[in-house]
Design a protein around this ligand. Sequence first.
Ligand code: ZN
Length: 131
Amino acid sequence: MAEQAKTGQEVRGLGSTIWAGIAGRCPVCGRGKLFQGYLQIAPACNLCGLDYGAADAGDGPAVFVILITGIVVVGAALIVEIVYAPPYWLHALIWGPLAILLPVLLLRPFKGVLVALQFRHKAAEGRLASE
Ligand SMILES: [Zn+2]
């Protein structure tokens, strides 16, 4: 269900916001481009004009991607070792490229989702109330 934010921009539902982030689309209109290039956030939405200047996911996406990649690759390597006990060169052949490929595939969607959620929840740096 959509609601009106104080800024007058319509706030999308949580599912729509997450899908817009995964697809690399604008968190407000859901159609404009969020990225210019692979991980660079565009200055503004090319369709609705939303200023992405406040968007800063920081190290958040990298942390999630590192944790997920570590769990998947190490977990799968342990299971394969226990069940099949292949030679070590085969482990290196399988898990080495996967440990590189998985972060490359996951980093952009994670960054998109975190930036989209940042806009949805109007997250910003903390400020003192007296300022
Ligand atoms: Zn937009």
